[in-house]
Design a protein around this ligand. Structure first.
Ligand code: AMP
Length: 413
């Protein structure tokens, strides 16, 4: 069976098609600028069978039109990867928040649709668009099974004391306020790979570090999450590209009061103007901030002026150190609650591609006997970077959330 995996955002649809015979990606692409303005839209569709890439502006007034166009490309003579669209037996959707109800992926029924709607307050920036993708597929591919894989599901095994906030208990119950955690599909994929590499060790203790534009960590015992750093929303935890991560909640009122902002406006600042962007004043992209901080490995002529400014260089160094320090603090607390660690896993844009980031975070964990092999750490791909004398194994495992969604979809359908 072929499975179409969809990740639907407000104005974009990313997709991959898997042949589940051998789990090969046979096509991938992205639709952008959906309903952004009159006549806007762009599709880049890349077949993996040697056929040419389709890369054109095309009017995409809504998600349904985008998905119908993708389907016609998938079945077309020139750009296609299937002889007949009926070969696509199911669609897997990434859905941000499954609330307290969904601990696994599920086949989408009317009840699931109602629940995704009900949980919109828990994922206001994503759930509505995820739902648009599901509705668009029901319309464009009637009769084809749809599966929802939630970013929150893998974290559903957290014990009550890890997911309950110490606020009046009635609020937690009345409004479903609790730690949900995100990036669950990624933490699941890389932790399962790590446990394989540990030879399936029973009661394995794994700390996963998903470090990208958004970042989160998870503590995983015997394959089950016992804690994770993101919370009710992806704002909690470590500082990120533009998110503050955890701060004293009183800062919200303080900024509101001093700047004349509403609570909503302060939350926008904490979500979109904070993190390494807010501290450095340079960029939300770690490569840019590394360069302005003095790292010459990926020089960026566009940022030469900022790099020559000693104050921006100092702030960039500070932003990165805040990031390493806070990631290490949470990783250390997870090693503590797991009673030690068998493996630490780095993944996502930064975790997979920045040896410096890995080295700096591991340096903070020396007290736990974690060391890095500098030579191995410079390599790319799926690698083991455990130092010769390290008490904990350290892996870099490129994440593959789409494959997890495709596997779940295949299994359920
Ligand atoms: P993601 O959200 O997982 O796509 O990760 C995006 C982040 O990874 C961006 O901030 C990038 O700057 C960062 N990133 C990607 N490649 C590198 C690299 N070679 N060195 C440092 N950061 C990188």
């Amino acid at each position: 069976m072929k499975v179409l995996v969809i990740n639907c955002g407000s104005s974009s649809v990313k997709y991959q098609v898997f042949d589940m015979e051998d789990e090969r990606v046979i096509a991938k692409g992205i639709c952008e600028k959906i309903a952004v303005s009159e006549g806007s839209g762009h599709i880049k569709h890349t077949p993996q069978n040697g056929k040419p890439t389709f890369n054109e502006d095309i009017a995409l007034p809504n998600h349904t039109v985008a998905i119908k166009k993708v389907l016609s490309l998938l079945g077309s003579e020139e750009y296609g990867v299937v002889a007949n669209l009926s070969e696509i037996g199911a669609v897997g959707h990434r859905v941000l928040n499954g609330g307290p109800k969904y601990a696994t992926s599920v086949v989408v029924t009317q009840e699931v649709i109602e629940d995704i709607k009900r949980f919109i307050p828990l994922g206001p920036l994503h759930n509505p668009h995820n739902l648009s993708g599901i509705n668009a597929c029901f319309e464009a591919m009637p009769g084809v099974a749809q599966v929802a894989t939630f970013d929150t599901s893998f974290h559903a095994t957290m014990p009550e004391h890890a997911f309950t906030y110490a606020i009046p208990y009635e609020y937690t119950q009345k409004h479903n306020i609790r730690r949900y955690g995100f990036h669950g599909t990624s933490h699941r994929y890389v932790s399962e790979r790590a446990i394989e590499k540990l030879g399936g060790k029973p009661n394995s203790r794994v700390v996963t570090l998903h470090l990208g534009n958004g970042s989160s960590l998870a503590a995983i015992r015997d394959g089950k999450v016992i804690d994770t750093s993101m919370g009710l929303t992806p704002l909690e935890g470590v500082p990120m590209g533009t998110r503050s991560g955890s701060i004293d909640p009183a800062v919200v009122e303080f900024i509101a009061d001093k700047e004349g902002f509403s609570v909503g406006e302060v939350l926008k600042v904490l979500n979109n103007e904070s993190g390494i962007y807010g501290v450095s004043g340079v960029s939300s992209d770690f490569r840019d901030v590394e360069f302005v901080a003095g790292d010459q490995r990926s020089p960026n002529p566009d940022l030469a002026e900022q790099a020559a400014d000693p104050e921006l260089a100092r702030r960039s160094k500070l932003a990165l150190e805040i990031f390493y320090y806070n990631v290490a603090k949470i990783a250390a607390s997870y090693i503590a609650v797991l009673g030690g660690a068998d493996a630490i896993v780095f993944t996502a844009g930064l975790g997979e591609n920045s040896p410096e980031t890995r080295e700096r975070i591991i340096a903070y964990l020396a007290a736990f006997g974690v060391t890095v092999n500098v030579e191995e750490n410079a390599k790319r791909g799926e690698i083991e970077i455990t130092g010769a004398d390290s008490k904990v194994r350290v892996f870099v495992i490129p994440t593959n959330e789409e494959l997890v969604i495709a596997r779940d979809t295949n299994a359920l359908v």
